[in-house]
Design a protein around this ligand. Structure first.
Ligand code: 48H
Length: 256
């Protein structure tokens, strides 16, 4: 029995992995913007792999506002929750609330069911940049990263890479520092996130969602970090709409 269980896991895991070593899109970070983008592209038949540093995908959704496990969504983004079959309640004035555990688990389940490979406990530590295009991610187990073990990583090649790493914008930071690229922001560099301004932050999340460099896209809070957008606290419509917007841009890029 014991060897059959081990064998079943090893066989199915490596079959799954083998199929995702070269993908259409590699997404770094399984936060709300990354999960929404992943599901949208997988539904279009694209091969999408997400790499998430933590054991549990879902990013900043789980904790709601200050661990009160509810989030707020504005009316214009509700259609995205509908697509994931996630429920919500009116809070008046065009605002709605949803249980953050249902939202996080619903987005993860939706992305999985759309065909996305979610690699949890895997960190992206570098990018591949060739002939003026970002075209892959360099990955290693999070425990290896956390323990500082000297273990060489592996590489997953992709037609595009999405930085969905939230506030720190880690992939854009890596790409600008290590590959020395100039990104599509007013200064050509990372502008840094601005302080709390809920209304402007929601709008800027969607505006700042873009292609920063051939093959490198950015969504969610990483987009605000790159282009100097405001933070907005526990309202998530902008994150969902950012995921939808970037999926459309990437689809046009890789299909065109
Ligand atoms: C693998 C990585 C790496 C790496 C980071 O922060 P997230 O939830 O991302 P977004 O941008 O989709 O959503 C932002 C939202 O949650 C939020 O923080 C809001 C609305 N804040 C407002 C405010 O005012 O504070 O998720 C990013 C994910 C996390 O799960 C990280 O663990 C993961 O990315 N990650 N995964 N390799 N190098 N870096």
């Amino acid at each position: 029995m014991e060897e059959r269980i081990t064998s079943a896991i090893v066989r199915t895991y490596f079959e799954k992995l083998q199929n995702f070593l070269e993908v259409d899109l590699a997404i770094v970070g399984a936060g709300p913007s990354g999960l929404v983008a992943a599901a949208a592209l997988a539904k279009e038949g694209k091969k999408v792999a997400i790499f998430e540093r933590l054991l549990a995908p879902g990013g900043g959704v789980w904790g709601g506002g200050m661990l009160f496990n509810e989030i707020v969504i504005q009316e214009e983004a509700l259609h995205i929750l509908d697509d994931f079959n996630i429920s919500y309640k009116s809070a008046g004035d065009g605002l709605y609330t949803a249980d953050s555990v249902e939202v996080a688990s619903g987005l993860i389940f939706g992305a999985k069911k759309a065909g996305v490979m979610i690699n949890n406990a895997v960190s992206v530590e570098d990018v591949v940049c060739r002939e003026g295009r970002i075209c892959g991610v360099v990955v290693n187990w999070t425990p290896v990263e956390r323990l500082g073990m000297h273990v060489d990583p592996l590489v997953v090649m992709s037609k595009a890479v999405l930085d969905g790493t939230g506030h720190p914008g880690e992939i854009t930071d890596l790409a600008t520092r290590k590959a020395g690229i100039k990104i599509d922001t007013p200064t050509g560099k990372i502008m840094g996130e601005k302080p709390m301004w809920m209304e402007l932050g929601e709008a800027s999340t969607v505006e700042n969602t873009k292609c920063l460099y051939p093959g490198l896209y950015v969504s969610g809070m990483a987009a605000n970090n790159a282009s100097g957008g405001f933070r907005m606290g526990p309202i998530f419509g902008g994150m969902f709409m950012s995921g939808r917007k970037v999926a459309k841009m990437i689809l046009e890029d890789i299909d065109g």
